[in-house]
Design a protein around this ligand. Structure first.
Ligand code: ANZ
Ligand code: ZN
Length: 823
């Protein structure tokens, strides 16, 4: 063993050793309990950033800890390798997207390996490889067969500078998330996945996920946005259907106007040939151009169409309007306006002088429309509502829905905010959608045996950035699989969220070229026991992955119905209080830190500086501190490593210092075990290990001159190394061997602790004199009162208060408190 801690020598050495032994390669073993730990796979941008380092360090602690606990641990890694940055590199610098991507993967893989993470690299996947996207395409076809894929014309968010469609969630404040250009609206034929078929199950099954953060489940809950209500059919005087969705059928007698979304197809019909036609059309066009976010921020605005509807419950004649606050893609795109009880309608009615009619009165009150300053949305009793007067409004909701159903005017209805998933992208660097268009046969799916539809890698971009696939006859030209005529290929590619919706299943059987994955293998490994990643994926990625898993279950491909049993959302890595980013210039490079201090220090710091869910503030001193700590551990082991080589355990009586050290060792094992296992409190686990190191140093100083109980010391050093192994895998491997062990430290069993050894021989007792604590004394545990009394009274600080006085009372609360009353 070297005297100096030289990480640059030992880290590559052990990485090589682990690789050579294939130590992290696992296969299904029915005799062993499995544990699947997964970090969200990265986009290969070129270099690891600190967020990655944090993510993978957390995952590696879990993986190594579970391995030592005896689980068969699956811990894979791969690359979310399609997407826009590669395409931008191709457009801007002329580097082919495939080359750019693969070069980045190689570099990041090298960086990951230098961190010493326990991945089974045989299972590596890259979503841009044909052996992966073949199966993404195959899954698309299975979805297609099941009726879960469809095409429709949709107003989409269009980023003019990226020349692509954006999902709603990629539009931030009306601008493209990636390039900040203002987003337009465009009508395009688009491919969708029917995720709404699973809305109810996606919502319900959130209950099956107690191991997810509440915050994430709430976000998913709201994203799905389930509302119960009724569809009620109003009619125009000209006889058109005007079906509304309302969550408040109890307010139907309070309707004073109807509103259509500007995009509603009926609008044009209602105004055709009337004086309202011109202004309404102009208004509609203006609103249509706005993004949904812009529109939401607009003041409510609308126009009368000149047409009237009839309220089917009281036959009242009510004016029909169009307004910007009604959305086409929610409910039916038509709303019944109830200004007295809906705040948006209230504001609209006040603005345009529409009548306000109260139909729900709060108990014991008498609201007057003219006096209202806002809508009354809460509970109460029905008024002005014909036969329903007097009912409490909850009951009225049920009764009116029932009535409407009986009369054939409508029905109970559940509405979701969740929209179908728009998956087509007008981009090049993505999984080609396996569809062929034939003049004769229409839309024809590519036959499974023709998969994969290969994405050409040697392509030329036009300066506009338009997908090169469109202008490649070699790609687009094909034969119709049904009629054999000349046909053309779809040139659109899939949203990269499709690629990442099933990669965790592919890891179970990553090299299978005959099947998407083997059902039995997936059956053994799934579901993921612990998933770890950023909270930015709380909605989309996690929802899509859950959706895919459920569809795959229904396709009979897997038996699992929730992909991720437990979820940990890690906090951000901050520098000077803000997120590390290139634009802020506050980035700390993992590669440099590893070069300067070694991977073990980098990992230890990042795990020690904050609990995993919290944000972590980068600190150079903190890194230095961790480096010094590892050096301290090194010196401690170095100092003893020869002496403790051969010591056999002996039964010799332990003295006080030995017993205290032994207690400390067991206590640390208990604390570290619980902190990792129950709470993932890695930071407090590490500080417990630090305390143990302190105790071992203290013990050595106390016994200077060779009085140490060497078997006990050896026991302590081994425990120390084992406990530290998941956090700092290289140094512990070196020290483990230096202590004379042959096998890898990471293949050892996680240490157990002895409850009995935790018991304290001495206890701290407070001594109260006339009600005030005057002293604290360390005393043998359970000391009988007659022995205890003279010892306590002889104590100097007690003497100061009792000398020369009468002792009236001497009360003992065992092992805690002694109360003395003197006069
Ligand atoms: C009448 C009414 C009276 C309403 C009342 C509410 C309160 P949630 O809960 O989010 O599902 N609405 C329906 N479709 C709409 C659309 N396309 N654009 C804008 N608003 C729409 O909201 C359901 C309520 O939102 C519906 O119930 C409807 O207004 C409105 F005292 O109907 B309500
Ligand atoms: Zn054909």
């Amino acid at each position: 063993m070297q005297e100096r801690y030289d990480f640059s020598q030992i880290e590559p050495k052990w990485q090589g050793y682990w690789e050579e032994k294939g130590m992290y390669q696992v296969d299904e073993d029915p005799g062993k309990k499995k544990y699947y730990v997964l970090e969200m796979f990265p986009y290969p941008s070129g270099n690891l950033h600190m967020g990655h380092v944090r993510n993978y360090s957390i995952g590696d602690v879990v993986a190594r800890f579970k391995m030592m606990q005896g689980y068969n641990v699956l811990h894979p890694m791969g690359w979310d390798a399609f997407g826009l940055p590669a395409e931008n590199a191709a457009i801007q610098h002329g580097i082919p997207a495939s080359i750019w991507t693969r070069k980045n993967i190689a570099n990041m893989k090298r960086q990951l390996k230098s961190m010493g993470i326990s991945y089974d690299w045989r299972r590596e996947v890259a979503t841009c490889n044909p052996d992966y996207y073949k199966w993404t395409q195959w899954l698309f076809l299975q979805f297609y067969k099941r009726g879960l894929v469809f095409k429709k014309k949709a107003a989409v968010n269009w980023c003019p500078s990226c020349a692509t469609v954006l999902a709603n969630e990629q539009v931030v404040d009306g601008k493209c998330e990636r390039c900040d250009s203002v987003v337009d609206k465009k009508e395009l034929e688009q491919w969708f996945f029917k995720i709404t078929d699973y809305a109810d199950e996606l919502l319900r099954d959130l209950e099956k996920l107690p191991g997810w953060p509440e915050k994430v489940k709430t976000m998913q809950f709201n994203w799905i946005g389930r509302s119960e209500g009724a569809e009620i059919c109003f009619r125009t005087e000209a006889g058109h259907d005007l079906t509304v969705f309302t969550t408040r059928p109890d307010t139907v007698y309070g309707v004073t106007y109807m509103v259509l979304a500007p995009e509603h197809p009926l609008v044009a019909e209602l105004v055709a040939g009337t004086p309202y036609e011109g202004p309404v059309k102009e208004f509609v066009q203006r609103v249509r151009k706005m993004s949904s976010i812009e529109r939401a921020e607009q003041e409510k605005e609308g126009l009368f169409t000149g047409a009237y509807a009839v309220n089917p419950l009281n036959n009242e004649r009510i004016p029909i309007w169009v307004a910007n606050y009604v959305l086409m893609d929610y409910g039916t795109g038509i709303v019944m306006g109830v200004p007295a009880h809906d705040q948006r309608d209230f504001e609209f009615a006040r603005k345009y002088n529409l009548p306000i009619r109260i139909v729900v009165q709060p108990e014991g009150a008498d609201l007057q429309p003219d006096e209202m300053t806002e809508a009354f949305p809460a509970e109460g009793f029905l008024v002005n509502s014909g036969p329903f007067n007097g009912l409490d409004n909850k009951t009225a909701i049920a009764k009116i829905t029932e009535y409407v159903e009986q009369q054939g005017l409508g029905r109970f209805q559940v509405q979701y905010r969740l929209r179908d998933w728009l998956i087509s992208r007008q981009r090049y660097w993505g999984t080609p959608i396996p569809i062929i268009y034939c003049d004769q046969c229409g839309v024809v799916p590519v036959p499974e045996e023709d998969l994969p539809v290969i994405l050409p890698e040697d392509v030329q971009f036009k300066p506009t950035g338009e997908s090169p696939l469109k202008s490649m006859p070699e790609f687009t030209g094909c034969q119709c699989p049904q009629c054999g005529q000349k046909a053309v290929r779809e040139t659109e590619t899939m949203d990269t969220f499709v690629d990442s919706s099933w990669y965790f299943l592919r890891y179970c059987d990553a090299n299978n070229d005959g099947e998407v994955f083997d059902k039995e293998k997936a059956g053994y490994w799934m579901n993921v026991d612990q998933y770890i990643g950023g909270v930015e994926h709380a909605i989309l990625h996690l929802m899509y992955a859950r959706f895919f898993t459920k569809v795959l279950r229904d396709l009979g491909l897997t038996t699992c119905d929730e992909p991720f049993q437990n979820l940990l959302t890690q906090g951000m890595v901050l520098k000077d209080g803000s997120k590390m980013s290139k634009s802020k210039g506050n980035v700390v490079s993992p590669e440099e830190i590893i070069k300067k201090y070694g991977a073990d220090t980098a990992r230890l710091f990042i795990l020690f500086a904050a609990p995993p869910e919290r944000d972590l503030e980068w600190s150079d001193q903190g890194v230095e501190g961790c480096f010094r700590f590892l050096n301290r551990v090194w010196r401690l082991v170095y100092g003893y490593h020869r002496q403790v080589q051969m010591v056999a355990p002996k039964d010799e009586a332990l003295d006080e210092a030995d017993k205290e050290l032994r207690r400390m060792i067991h206590l640390t094992v208990k604390k570290v075990t619980e902190d990792i296992d129950k709470r993932f409190n890695f930071n407090t686990a590490i500080s417990a290990v630090m305390e143990l190191v302190h105790s071992l140093h203290d013990y050595r100083d106390q016994k200077a001159g060779g009085q140490e109980n060497l078997p006990l010391v050896r026991f302590g050093l081994e425990r120390l190394v084992l406990l530290l192994a998941p956090f700092a895998p290289h140094i512990t491997e070196e020290l483990w061997h230096a202590l004379g062990n042959e096998d890898s430290v990471h293949l050892q069993s996680w240490p157990a602790y002895d409850e009995k050894a935790l018991e304290q021989d001495r206890v701290e007792v407070a001594v109260q004199i006339n009600g005030k604590v005057r002293a604290r004394m360390s005393l043998p545990k359970d000391m009988p009162e007659e022995e205890l009394k003279p010892v306590v009274l002889a104590e100097k600080r007690v003497q100061d208060f009792v000398a020369g006085k009468d002792i009236i009372k001497f009360v003992v609360v065992p092992n805690k408190l002694i109360s003395i009353v003197v006069k």
